[in-house]
Write a protein that binds this ligand. Structure first.
Ligand code: KIV
Ligand code: ZN
Length: 520
């Protein structure tokens, strides 16, 4: 092992804003990206991959703004193996205190066939582009995309070229989530042993989760000498997603006896960022997800509950507080005041300005009037909903009344405010939600296909709020909307309208190179 590979400090490279945001429908707004980047910086992420600057004006602007605002983390942008991409990337990241250019090319036989380059031509391209990147920036990461399906001899050859051209980090992507832990470790070990100059660079691991092994593969790579893990919050990412940040970080912390590595992550910030990423990406966290799932610290069976009361360690390998979950779930109600709400939201990770608090307080009171007890999850849902139906949106739900029951057809009487003007219609459908969606379609005709409609009860009881997620697809583009309400049909209408607002924004955005968003 090289000296670098022997160190116990593992760098955390977060790509939620680039690889994660590429998941169909996970598009975040400019402000949301800035907010997530600030949270990543605050929690101690070493490197933030903020976007793919040449992919669109929006990506470029977001990477530039993140580069300007970030205090500690290295800010990295992605670029394909050509000068134009690399120059554009540099233009965005150069504002950072600590900028990095990340350039990549697919090196496996399948990927070499796409630009139609033979092995020598590709090697030459790698030499030229990494040299160019290094002339601009002294922190350059290079990735052979689909490394785990690249011939070993060729992989060694191109990595050597990239190192000689000035790359400082060599990332080994398992682009299609094909490898397994032992193979992942063997590959890193082989590269560190065989490639001349390996001791001058940091090796990184970037794993996708197609076979559910991304976290295990990343940790195996670390055992073999990789010292940078690429990951996303909640494992967000294309297809089955990426290595989850919270999983690798907590695994190394809880099992430090067998994985004696450390990161710079403040783990108490995990729950907060997980919730925010779920809210802004529109990808709810599955209930039984490790570390951040709603059930990760819930104990239902009598034996478990009994054991927990006697000694929490009987059934918990980490404390909820370690990941920032408040130990007490203080219930709020209609008598709770503004200060209590502010403190509670702060505890949940929402630091609100006065005007934001006023708006949330009004909605909190309305909720508390309908619901006896307002739990943490209700407040998180309320915050999720605060992005739906806001002033400035093209479409807003103004009024909805549905008639439903055993006698068909069910009908919905809906008033939508469209660009400031009220429009009303009554539509029927197969059930109240169908009738409501038909009404929306009558008032705002569109061809977007409903790709997903999902309802979650936030807490228990018949007065529980429902969080509704709606995913729409138009011309291959996917947008999502979310809303929460104690009335499921109202939440559905608002979620649908919120997705349409996102669709309108999406249509307005100029996307000169949308097809480039297909790297994983
Ligand atoms: O999965 C992958 O190969 C990628 C590269 C762009 C690093 O995301
Ligand atoms: Zn990837």
């Amino acid at each position: 092992m090289t000296d670098k590979a022997k160190q116990d400090r593992v760098l955390i490279f977060d790509t939620t804003l680039r690889d994660g945001e590429q998941s169909p429908g996970a598009t975040m707004t400019h402000d949301e990206k800035l907010e997530i980047a600030a949270l990543l910086d605050e929690m101690g992420v070493d490197i933030i991959e903020a976007g793919f600057p040449i992919a669109s004006e929006g990506d470029f602007d977001a990477v530039t703004a993140i580069a300007k605002q970030t205090q500690n983390s290295v800010i990295c942008g992605l670029a394909r193996a050509n000068f134009k991409d690399i120059d554009r990337c540099w233009e965005a990241v150069r504002h950072a205190r600590r900028p990095r250019i990340h350039t990549f090319i697919g090196t496996s036989p399948l990927h070499r066939a796409i630009p139609n380059l033979d092995m020598d031509q590709m090697a030459e391209r790698i030499h030229e582009t990494v040299t160019h990147a290094r002339n601009l920036c002294d922190n350059v990461q290079w990735s052979p995309m689909d490394a785990t399906r690249t011939e070993h001899d060729y992989l060694c050859r191109v990595i050597e070229i990239a190192i000689k051209a000035g790359a400082t980090t060599i990332n080994i992507p398992d682009t299609v989530g094909y490898t397994a832990p032992r193979e992942s470790a063997d590959l890193i070990r082989m590269l560190i042993e065989r490639v001349p100059g390996a001791d001058e660079v940091v090796f990184a691991t970037h794993c996708h989760n197609d076979l559910g092994m991304a976290t295990a593969n990343a940790l195996a790579a670390v055992e073999a000498g990789a010292r940078q893990i690429e990951c996303t919050v909640n494992g967000l990412g294309e297809r089955a997603g990426n290595t989850a940040l919270e999983e690798v970080v907590m695994a190394m912390k809880v099992r430090n006896d067998i994985m004696p590595y450390r990161t710079g992550i403040d783990t108490t910030k995990i729950m907060n960022i997980s919730r925010r990423v779920a809210a802004v990406s529109g990808f709810p966290v599955q209930y039984n997800k490790a570390i951040v799932g709603k059930n990760a610290f819930a104990h239902e069976s009598g034996i478990h509950q009994d054991g927990m009361l006697k000694n929490a360690q009987t059934f918990e390998i980490m404390r909820p507080e370690d990941v920032g979950l408040s130990a007490t779930n203080l219930v709020m109600g209609k008598h709770s005041g503004r200060a209590a709400l502010r403190a509670k939201l702060k505890d949940l990770g929402y630091d609100l300005a006065d005007n934001q608090l006023n708006d949330v307080f009004v909605r909190f009171k309305a909720l508390a009037d309908r619901k006896k007890e307002v739990y943490d999850d209700d407040l998180v849902a309320l915050m999720t909903d605060s992005t739906a139906n806001v002033a400035g949106d093209h479409l807003q739900v103004k009024f909805l009344r549905v008639i439903c029951g055993t006698e068909a057809p069910q009908s919905a009487d809906l008033t939508l405010t469209i660009d400031g003007v009220d429009h009303q219609v009554t539509a029927t459908g197969d059930g109240p939600v169908d009738a409501t969606f038909n009404a929306v379609k009558r008032l705002f005709p569109h061809d977007a296909r409903l790709a997903l409609y999902q309802v979650h009860a936030v807490t228990e009881g018949t007065d529980a709020q429902a969080t509704v997620s709606v995913r729409l697809e138009e011309d291959g583009k996917i947008v999502t909307g979310q809303s929460a309400d104690t009335d499921t049909v109202v939440a559905s209408a608002k979620a649908y309208v919120s997705a349409l607002n996102n669709l309108i924004v999406r249509r307005e955005k100029t996307k000169p190179a949308d097809e480039m968003k297909s790297v994983s």
